[in-house]
Design a protein around this ligand. Structure first.
Ligand code: NAD
Length: 287
């Protein structure tokens, strides 16, 4: 039977560290760290994500300031808001919830966030720091994935890691983090040939394709560690909506360890956002 890596429990432990970090910052400055959350438009999924992030901030003792803008907001107006947040000493982290409504250039908006307040780790400066192994703020989902892996793997050197999906928010950054630990990393995607054969050579599989139950039992070699990042909402024959991951977990008894969906990567992502906010605030103290 594969070990189930409990993302909720790990996220709860990280939350305790974050609360301690907040207490340290309050002791040093008299004020808690501040996270600005910018939501443009009223995408229902984004509303849910933003609501969760704000309630977790409250739990951690981080001040969250929400900025809700209408879907027809001009890009110049959004950029002006980011400029104000960049200059505000009470704000240590800035998060612009994606996707942005049509007509707004997400790359231009993310580029405008100060790299030192870029708690999502999407700014090109932080992407560069990650790929050169020179610190900076690391995207939350990949950071959480590494903590889940660290709970079962001590030494990555020479292990074969196969990452399924090459997005800028998951696949590419997690590949960089695995490479930094000296795993041998293969990044795969929709055009990869013979993906099951490639996956079967892996000691570590990180599945981030958004393709329900893509990774079948015969793709996974005995003893591999499997991280399931996928989140897809499906409605079954009885009209019940549920969330499924990228892995057919019920076929993975021969794996060494797997993450569940839900309760694996998901809770770690928000916990890492809060940890990044504390990290950004501490970096600010040193400047
Ligand atoms: P994306 O759509 O930007 O990228 C998907 C990648 O997977 C692409 O590189 C594509 O080529 C590849 N891919 C798609 N189908 C494939 C297939 N059949 N075989 C091989 N490769 C395939 O997605 P993303 O933003 O990286 O997210 C991936 C999944 O992870 C989604 O389900 C998303 O909801 C989930 N996600 C979860 C969290 C979390 O906190 N748990 C965070 C971010 C993303």
């Amino acid at each position: 039977m594969a070990q189930i890596i409990d993302g909720k429990a790990l996220a709860a432990r990280l939350m305790e560290d974050t609360q301690q970090g907040v207490a340290d910052i309050v002791a040093a400055t008299g004020a808690p760290p501040g996270l600005a959350v910018v939501l443009v438009g009223a995408d229902p999924a984004s509303e849910v994500y933003v609501g969760r992030k704000i309630s977790q901030c409250r739990k951690a003792g981080i001040t969250s300031i929400e900025h809700r803008l209408p879907a027809d907001t001009a890009e110049t107006e959004l950029l002006a808001l980011i400029d104000r947040l960049n200059a505000d000493p009470a704000i240590h982290g800035i998060l612009v919830q994606l996707p942005l409504p049509k007509g707004l250039n997400a790359a231009a908006v993310l580029d405008r966030i100060s790299p030192d307040k870029d708690v999502d780790g999407f700014h090109p400066v932080n992407v560069g720091r990650l790929s050169t192994g020179t610190g900076g703020l690391v995207p939350c989902t990949p950071l959480g994935i590494m903590m889940l892996l660290d709970s079962v793997i001590e030494d990555y050197r020479g292990l074969n890691a196969v990452v399924i999906g090459k997005s800028n928010i998951v696949g590419k950054p997690v590949s960089m983090l695995l490479l930094e630990r000296e795993a041998t990393v293969t990044v795969t995607h929709i055009e990869t040939k013979d993906l099951p054969d490639v996956a079967r050579k892996a000691d570590i599989i990180v599945a981030a394709a958004g393709a329900p139950h893509l990774v079948r039992g015969y793709w996974v070699k005995p003893g591999a560690v499997v991280i399931d990042v996928g989140i897809t909402r499906i409605t079954d024959h009885d009209g019940v909506t549920k969330i499924v991951g990228d892995c057919a977990t019920h076929e993975l008894d021969h794996a060494r360890a797997v993450t569940p969906v839900p309760g694996g990567v998901g809770p770690m992502t928000i916990a890492c956002l809060l940890a990044n906010t504390v990290k950004a605030a501490k970096m600010g103290l040193k400047r």
